[in-house]
Design a protein around this ligand. Structure first.
Ligand code: ADP
Ligand code: MG
Ligand code: ZN
Length: 625
């Protein structure tokens, strides 16, 4: 159930004004040509000046002869001067002082030479030579950065940002947002205010300055923010937190200023800062000395928000999926003092979301949105939008004019399990091993009281997995019982146990299963108090810092003694589960083998197929909740 949404159906990409076209190549050429011209002219210029370079010894001789008229000593290193030749003409010369000549001054004095000092100005040629590496270095870095920044970000800070905050062109309203009753209700107040601010002001009612939308990725936060603007019929200025965080210190802060300036000019309007956590993380929390630029940007944001009055008719919306990492200052009264939760959809909301997106494509009769909603637990609005889109693509591939139920089913499998890699060629014996492994997982579903029913078992590779045995919860659930978790671990060990029973040894294909089982067991012990040996105590607080992995961050708040007890409790759960898996499969070895054979032949089996194959009673269709 990974997050494999396509980025391209997300509307919250900031659009940029036509930036500089990719002309780096041409620009470099122009710089190069002008350098050559500069060189040439410098050489010519240098050639024209007829300063004679003479050795110091010669200079001393001329001095002795009284032919030196004037000298200018530069940096005590070089002498520029004029010689008076016998015919009265003047010759310019220069010479380098090779050693500290203490006698020079008295010699010059005795010969009545006009002496002046000066600094040695580097010759123009030399300057250019010294600059060349810098110029090339800069060009190199420039082009590299432009590539890195997708041609746009780093180098248009000098431009007006006005168009960065894109007003959405086609209007989105609350009708485009399925479900989310609570969020819509809260935001309706904002809409009412924007429509008729006077009414609120007269009543002296306080309207929040900033509303923070909190929810998992893909739950529709960006969509709802846009819909709020559409509903209130006011301009919508949209910027993502990551747009503020730039490589140059100060750019972010000036963008914040710019955004709020835009807001003031266009009131009443909505300013929307997406992914607020990118700028709004707790200050000083960065490892390795913090992030000056980000903090400066955040400070600017706080200042701007304080300088605002709701009476101006500007409402600031922001979205984040990590409210826990936000700087507390952002959440203080007068800033984002109202939080609206944008929740994952339940079964009815999923159906509504599917319907909204289906309305945009030609759908064949007999497509059952209720079934689709029921079979997509744990998916977000974005996943479902993606599913409908994928279904349409499947239909196009099959040259259909309407999208049919099996297209939706393929799309559903794709978003739930990853893309089927039918083309991956797998050796026969490896395929057999996979069949045994998956049959082990699948079979256990029928012998465990708390397990979700099996939906499908397949040996067609999906994503990284060689095969899959998928279960389908009968209804959405927000908490799991100990029984369910334990049975889940037993099922996880089904593959391992089956391999062991049939082949006497196991493969690396069990890695993910063991990992998941261990993870569940650890959390049962340390977080959910489900081990009788340990009891209900939360061990190993996770105060997950920002840049460290969870494991490193898990700080140990228990003794070595407790640590050993924890290990013991986890092992007990895992060993018990493995034993149970092995017992069941040993008892049902006949069924295990015929299921594996059937998988070899048919590759994919649904719940009903497995039941009729093994002579198990057919499950009654589960009513929607
Ligand atoms: P978030 O900003 O929370 O990550 P988005 O607002 O970008 O999520 O949602 C991505 C897409 O998912 C939306 O453009 C829309 O197509 C779809 N979507 C999400 N939630 C809903 C919903 N409640 N109703 C209709 N479509 C939704
Ligand atoms: Mg978003
Ligand atoms: Zn497995």
């Amino acid at each position: 159930m990974s997050d494999n949404r396509n980025d391209n159906n997300r509307p919250d990409k900031p659009e940029y004004p036509e930036g500089m076209p990719p002309r780096t190549g041409r620009a470099a050429l122009a710089v190069f040509l002008s350098l050559i011209i500069l060189f040439a002219s410098l050489f010519l210029f240098d050639g024209r000046s007829n300063v004679q370079e003479i050795p110091y010894s010669a200079f001393l001789t001329y001095l002795e002869l009284g032919e030196v008229d004037t000298v200018q000593i530069l940096d005590q290193k070089e002498i520029h001067g004029t010689l008076r030749s016998t015919d009265g003409s003047q010759v310019e010369f220069k010479t380098t002082i090779p050693y500290t000549d203490l006698a020079l001054i008295s010699k010059l004095e005795s010969k009545n030479v006009k002496v002046s000092g000066g600094e040695k100005g580097a010759s123009p040629l030399q300057i250019v030579f010294e600059l060349i590496p810098w110029i090339f270095g800069f060009i190199l870095i420039w082009s590299m950065m432009r590539q890195m920044q997708g041609n746009n970000k780093a180098f248009n800070f000098g431009k007006s940002k006005a168009k960065r905050y894109v007003e959405s062109d086609k209007k989105i309203t609350f009708n485009d947002v399925a479900g989310q009753k609570e969020a819509k209700g809260e935001l309706m107040e904002v809409v009412d205010f924007l429509k008729n601010p006077q009414r609120f002001i007269k009543m002296g009612a306080k309207i929040p300055k900033g509303v923070l939308l909190v929810g998992m990725p893909g739950t529709g936060k960006t969509l709802i923010a846009k819909a709020t603007a559409g509903e209130a019929n006011v301009p919508f200025f949209h910027m993502s937190g990551s747009d503020f965080v730039e490589m140059f210190v100060g750019v972010g802060a000036s963008r914040v200023r710019d955004l709020f300036e835009q807001g003031r000019k266009n009131a009443p309007c909505i300013l929307f800062i997406d992914e607020l956590d990118a700028v709004g993380r707790t200050r000083g929390a960065g490892y390795g000395g913090g992030h000056d630029e980000r903090e400066q940007t955040l400070n600017q944001m706080l200042v701007e928000m304080d300088g605002f009055d709701t009476k101006d008719g500007v409402i600031i919306l922001a979205a984040t999926n990590r409210p826990d990492v936000l700087d507390p200052a952002l959440l203080r009264p007068g800033r984002f003092d109202r939080q609206v939760t944008v929740a994952m959809p339940d079964v009815r909301e999923r159906e509504a979301i599917i319907k909204i997106h289906m309305a945009k494509i030609p759908v064949a009769e007999g497509v059952d949105t209720q079934i689709l909603a029921r079979e997509t637990p744990g998916t977000s609005g974005a996943d479902l939008a993606n599913m409908v889109n994928e279904a349409a693509l499947f239909a196009i591939r099959k040259k259909r004019t309407q999208v049919e139920m099996d297209d939706f089913e393929d799309a559903r499998d794709k978003i739930l399990m990853g893309v089927a890699r039918k083309s991956l060629v797998i050796a026969e014996d490896e395929k057999k091993a996979t069949a045994v492994h998956e049959a082990g997982h699948a079979l256990l579903h029928y012998y465990l009281p708390h397990a979700d029913p099996l939906r499908k078992v397949t040996i067609v590779p999906h994503g990284q997995a060689l095969g899959l045995a998928m279960s389908l919860p009968e209804k959405d659930s927000y908490s799991k019982t100990r029984g369910w978790l334990y049975d889940r671990i037993v099922i996880d060990f089904g593959g391992f146990a089956a391999e062991k029973l049939v082949y006497g040894e196991t493969t690396t294909g069990t890695e993910q299963d063991i990992k998941q089982a261990t993870d569940f067991a650890r959390r049962m012990v340390c977080e959910w108090g489900m081990s009788d040996d340990i009891g209900p105590i939360s061990l190993g607080q996770e105060d997950e810092p920002i840049f460290l992995g969870k494991e490193i961050a898990r700080h140990k708040d228990y003794s070595e003694d407790t640590a050993m007890k924890i290990d013991g409790a986890i092992t007990k759960i895992l060993e018990g589960a493995l034993r149970q898996a092995t017992d069941i499969l040993l008892r049902e070895k006949q069924k295990l083998e015929s299921l594996a054979d059937a998988l070899m032949q048919r590759e994919t089996l649904e719940d009903t197929d497995v039941r009729s194959l093994l002579g198990l009673p057919i499950r009654k269709e589960i009513a929607a909740d």
